[in-house]
Design a protein around this ligand. Structure first.
Ligand code: ATP
Length: 212
């Protein structure tokens, strides 16, 4: 039996944009992923600012981006799915990725598990809760992002053991110069950001008066 290859892709997705979709698409192609779970985070412990949009709106925009036939970038051999695995916790505690990955492993006990992340985010992983356990629970696919150098030199700063390094895969083919911060700024200035947002997401933002 062939083992299913499942990737967890967490983020604020405030809003989901072309950079996120390109990252997932490139990773799915390069690592033969069967499934990518896009999981908007409820309460990210390391981000000082609260998201601009509610969890419900970010979840719905993610769902719209993935179900839209225009620009969802899903390869034919992979399913892009929205996941509530990182939804706000009933006890109000932050969502720690280590807990989320343990839940993922319970949900997919027989799968090969991966985490997708941009270079900027992965390079902060020493500040995350239980870094060693994070690398034990899944293999990591770290994707390039303009202005965040991604090479062995940067990885060396994380001081990973050889066995851990073997579980980190670099994918340097993505060069999407877009961030949610910049998009929110442009949306507030009245620019609908065509090409960077899926049309269904742009329509949702307008209908719900988000990022004004
Ligand atoms: P913000 O500007 O609000 O911080 P963001 O655009 O960085 O948001 P997040 O939702 O925080 O988006 O990112 C989720 C994941 O996607 C992170 O791992 C991040 O590194 C990665 N990512 C976001 N944008 C890009 C991009 N343009 N290229 C590569 N990776 C990206």
């Amino acid at each position: 039996m062939v083992t299913m290859r499942v990737a967890f892709f967490g983020g604020t997705f405030d809003p989901i944009h072309r950079g996120h979709l390109r990252l997932a698409s490139a990773a799915a192609d390069a690592f033969a992923l069967d499934r990518v779970l896009f999981a908007p985070v409820g309460n990210q412990p390391l981000k000082a600012k609260l998201p601009a949009a509610s969890f419900a709106d970010r979840l719905e925009m993610t769902r719209l981006a993935l179900s839209s036939t225009t620009g969802n970038l899903q390869p034919a051999t992979c399913s892009f799915l929205v996941s509530t695995l990182d939804a706000p916790r009933p006890d109000g505690q932050p969502n720690y990725t280590v807990d989320t990955l343990a839940a993922l492993a319970r949900e997919y006990p027989a799968a090969d598990l991966f985490v997708l992340t941009g270079a900027d985010s992965f390079l902060t992983m020493r500040k995350w809760r239980s870094p060693d356990r994070l690398l034990a629970l899944a293999e990591w696919i770290v994707v390039s992002r303009p202005e965040f150098p991604l090479a062995q030199a940067q990885l060396a700063e994380l001081a990973l053991a050889p066995g851990q390094l073997a579980r980190v895969h670099l994918l340097a083919t993505v060069q999407e110069d877009v961030s949610a911060t910049e998009l929110r700024r442009r949306l507030q200035a009245g620019d609908p950001c065509p090409g960077l947002l899926s049309p269904a997401v742009a329509a949702y933002i307008q209908a719900h008066h988000l990022y004004r």
